[in-house]
Design a protein around this ligand. Structure first.
Ligand code: COS
Length: 388
């Protein structure tokens, strides 16, 4: 293992993924955007699940990779796709986030029923943790799971900002089975979308991301629907996030790299003040800064993912550092890229206009930057305090 460069086989796989994204996936993302073109007018059509795109990810074997690859390979997949097609990247990631709890904690029946269609891209998965009153403070979640008198429960309450809702085919739902028990009173359930009493609505967000609310009106679940153990669902949520947080960083690195590539091309080509833009030190130093920070973020992401694959003890903190640094870096890089391009970058449909909208949410979802700092600090102070 080198610290840290990819081997030729990994580099070739990333190149191939970018080609596939270019040839097979981006046209499907563009066709979907075209079909929902009102999104770009003032009609504000919310983002919708792109089923043909998800099925293509299945046909290309990329969804299979979600369940067979290590965390580093997952990062390489997400970074490569993000450089070319953020919609494909996100569709892939959401299948992973929603289905990982089933893969890691599901019974044989649950896995056999749901994982093959999820891998094929025919069943859409979603991870339902956040609530109107519990976002960063996930242990405060209040969706009630009340005993139904026959060994099962009835779910009552709301979830919000759930990616792929309300169109997903199944949800990994975190509900409160023990009142007043905080993180120790949460249970994870696999809830098929067609359960009576489950409804939802799409939300219109800054970027065309499929996301919505869910309402549970006495939805019945049984012991066969539990993922893991009763009252141990918080662990299911946290370990899923440990796996995915470095890869959110990889998504951010992919977007930063795409913005950097566009900026290199533009500043080398654009005439200004009797030369090219890149001849201005104010410009070239900004580009150097963008490249340096992107590379630092990439290394932190790869290192956190490799630590996860080696099952090292301080995974939560390293995953948090990777996600924090990469998402904040991508925001800086994309914003600087917009600045160096000028007005053209803000035109609807420009790559950077798209990235500018896409880059904001990852600083919030799967644990806001403030939560990542809290996780890092907790781990630092939990360790033996060094003597002064
Ligand atoms: N990995 C494994 N286990 C973890 C963990 C992690 N990253 N974080 C917490 N846990 C475990 C703890 O070990 C503890 O277990 P025990 O009860 O067995 O001791 C339990 O979970 C509760 O931990 P803690 O008391 O630290 O929980 P808090 O209520 O303080 O919450 C944070 C911790 C803030 C880190 C958590 O609420 C969080 O991650 N919030 C953000 C949620 C999020 O990402 N939402 C977005 C959803 S996806 S879009």
């Amino acid at each position: 293992m080198t610290a840290f460069s990819l081997n030729p086989e990994q580099t070739a796989r990333c190149d191939r993924l970018r080609e596939l994204a270019e040839e097979r996936l981006r046209p499907l993302a563009e066709a979907h955007a075209e079909a929902h073109a009102e999104t770009y007018a003032d009609k504000k059509e919310p983002g919708r699940v792109n089923r043909p795109l998800t099925e293509a990810l299945g046909e290309l074997g990329l969804l299979e990779g979600l369940f067979t690859s290590g965390a580093l390979d997952l990062c390489l997949m997400r970074e490569s796709l993000a450089r070319v097609c953020t919609e494909a990247e996100t569709a892939l990631a959401l299948q992973g986030l929603g289905a990982h709890p089933v893969h890691a904690y599901g019974s044989l029946e649950q896995r056999e029923h749901w994982l093959p269609p999820t891998r094929a891209g025919r069943a859409i998965a979603a991870f339902a943790l956040s609530e109107p009153g519990a976002g960063s403070d996930a242990a405060a979640l209040a969706l009630r799971a009340e005993p139904d008198g026959s060994g099962g429960w009835r779910l009552t309450g709301e979830k919000s900002w759930i990616s792929n809702a309300p169109e997903a085919d199944f949800y990994t739902v975190f509900a409160r089975t023990s009142p007043d028990a905080g993180a120790r009173g949460v249970t994870a359930f696999l809830v098929p979308a067609d359960r009576p009493g489950l409804t939802g609505a799409p939300l219109d967000m800054l970027s065309p991301h499929p996301i919505g609310t869910l309402a549970f009106d006495g939805v019945r679940v049984s012991t066969a629907d539990v993922l893991g153990d009763v009252n141990h669902g918080f662990r299911v949520a946290m370990t899923t996030l440990n796996r995915f947080r470095p890869s959110v960083g990889a998504f951010a690195v992919g977007m930063a790299q795409a913005a950097l590539d566009a900026t290199l091309a533009h500043t080398a080509d654009r005439d200004a003040f009797g030369g090219k833009l890149k001849d201005l030190q104010a410009v070239s130093h900004q580009v150097a800064e963008m490249a340096t920070r992107t590379e630092a973020a990439r290394l932190l992401v790869y290192a956190a993912a490799a630590a996860y694959d080696r099952d090292e003890p301080d995974i939560a903190g390293r995953a948090a550092m990777a996600k924090l640094f990469a998402t904040e870096t991508a925001q800086f890089v994309v914003d600087t890229a917009v600045q160096l391009h000028g007005a053209r970058a803000l035109r609807r449909g420009h790559l950077l206009e798209h990235l500018y909208r896409e880059v904001r949410a990852p600083r919030i979802y799967e644990g806001a930057s403030e939560v990542q700092r809290a996780v890092i600090a907790k781990e630092l102070y939990g360790k033996e305090t060094p003597s002064a």
